[in-house]
Design a protein around this ligand. Structure first.
Ligand code: CTP
Ligand code: MG
Length: 233
């Protein structure tokens, strides 16, 4: 079984602001994206990594990231799309994976994903068709409309979903194809599988597997690193 990783890194980082896209910001002396790609490449289960970036950044990523840092297992640098879902769909089309392969989708901006969970995640995806990492919700979560609370959701049923998410290739390709044809947009890849009526298995993620979304997240990532709470290798 070959495992192809798709790393969507084609976002503009509007919530973090600034002039440099967040995937290129420094974290522990190297760009966040380089940290994520190196961590993925070191996993023995991974066959190839496909990096998905904005069209105008393809040459920069090849020269200044892939070549400069001698990144391993890079299968290609692919042009992304307007939404994350478009970027992943383009990656699926271009990566050359076979239908019996497993696809791992992982956000460029989650450099601290739990390495020990990747083997079990891939196994689970091969059996169930789809699997993701998640942690139980810590806060009480309410549904709010027009400034008023509508309801309080049952926290015991709520999980915060992370990446990596893993899929049998034929499932995720078909889910993206159907979603594109119908104009359905989900907020992660697993939601397209759910929309098709197929199962998605859940495995324990880790609270340190944060997504760098805001300046506070970047500060937290740097603080976790400085405190020795996480390592980048
Ligand atoms: N992403 C992508 N293509 C897009 C949008 C997002 O490949 N059109 C990627 C981002 O680069 C990131 C991941 O999807 O690695 C998660 O998205 P998010 O954290 O939302 O990043 P951005 O979309 O860049 O940030 P924002 O939503 O604040 O603009
Ligand atoms: Mg976004």
């Amino acid at each position: 079984m070959n495992v192809h990783v798709l790393v969507p890194a084609a976002g503009s980082g509007s919530r973090i602001g600034g002039d440099i896209r967040k995937q290129y910001l420094e974290l522990g002396d190297q760009p966040v994206l380089v940290q994520t790609l190196s961590r993925l490449a070191a996993l023995p289960q991974i066959t190839a990594i496909h990096l998905i970036v904005p069209e105008e950044d393809v040459a920069f990523c090849r020269a200044e990231l892939v070549d400069r840092y001698r990144l391993e297992k890079i299968g290609g640098v692919i042009v992304g799309g307007a939404e994350r879902q478009d970027s992943v769909r383009k990656g699926l089309e271009a990566c050359g994976a076979a239908s019996q392969d497993v696809i791992l989708v992982h956000d460029a901006v989650r450099p601290f994903f739990p390495k020990d969970q990747i083997g079990p995640l891939l196994q689970l995806a091969a059996v169930e068709g789809a699997a993701l990492l998640a942690i139980p919700a810590q806060d009480t979560i309410k549904e709010v409309f027009d400034g008023l609370v509508r309801s309080t959701l049952d926290r015991r049923l709520l999980w915060q979903v992370q990446t990596p998410q893993a899929f049998r290739c034929e499932r995720i390709r078909e889910a993206h194809r159907r979603a594109y044809a119908s104009g359905y947009v989900g907020t992660d890849d697993a939601s397209l599988i759910e929309w098709c009526g197929w199962p998605v298995a859940v495995l324990a993620g880790h609270p340190h597997n944060l997504k760098i979304t805001t300046p506070a997240d970047l500060a937290l990532a740097r603080a976790l690193l400085a405190a020795g709470e996480v390592s980048l290798t």
